[in-house]
Design a protein around this ligand. Structure first.
Ligand SMILES: Nc1nc2c(c(=O)[nH]1)N=C([C@H](O)[C@H](O)COP(=O)(O)OP(=O)(O)OP(=O)(O)O)CN2
Length: 151
């Protein structure tokens, strides 16, 4: 499989309801999202002109619209959090969510949002979302491993 990766940045504020730590309060992150897509190719031949699996520009357009535009400079809070802090409803950049906006849940949402927008010959293979430079969540397509005569 041949893979392409593009990196995106967005600034988002959130709080985690039910968490016993600093992240229960509204705070922000400079998120970094790595999106890897791929396709099975004939590895014994060059790609036909223009030699792209997918134009990086097209990948950028898809992820920008499906993810970055939704989250950049937004405040993402769960319905549970909002119910306990109704004053946040005054924020014009509020995005209210069914789930807690953890790195894991954001990543699952991002997977759903991107998957359906890719061309049919491209597969979403891996997503990595950095919440800080030291903390990130990864989603990977399960790869079937060939072991002798059984998959
Ligand atoms: N499994 C998860 N754990 C935590 C999440 C999360 O989304 N998934 N989120 C948080 C907080 O949002 C917090 O802001 C990030 O936590 P942490 O990485 O511990 O933050 P630090 O600033 O201490 O990170 P450094 O980059 O190491 O300085 C908490 N846990």
């Amino acid at each position: 499989m041949l893979l392409l990766t593009k990196i995106f940045d967005f600034e988002t504020a959130h709080a985690i309801d039910g968490y016993n730590g600093l992240c229960k309060n509204i705070h922000g992150h400079s998120y970094e999202l790595h999106v890897t897509v791929g396709s099975i190719v004939n590895e014994n031949a060059f790609l036909p002109a223009p030699g792209f699996l997918l134009d990086f520009k097209d990948l950028k357009t898809i992820v920008q619209k499906a993810v970055v535009d939704l989250f950049d400079h937004k405040l993402v809070l769960s319905h549970n959090y909002i119910a306990q802090h109704p004053e946040v409803l005054e924020q014009e950049n509020l995005v209210s969510w069914d789930a807690e906006p953890t790195a894991e849940n954001l990543l699952l949402f991002i997977k759903w949002a991107i998957q359906d927008e890719l061309p049919t010959d491209m597969k979403l293979v891996e997503l990595r979302l950095y919440e800080t430079k030291n903390s990130y969540a990864t989603w990977k397509e399960e790869v079937e491993v060939y072991q002798g005569d059984i998959w």
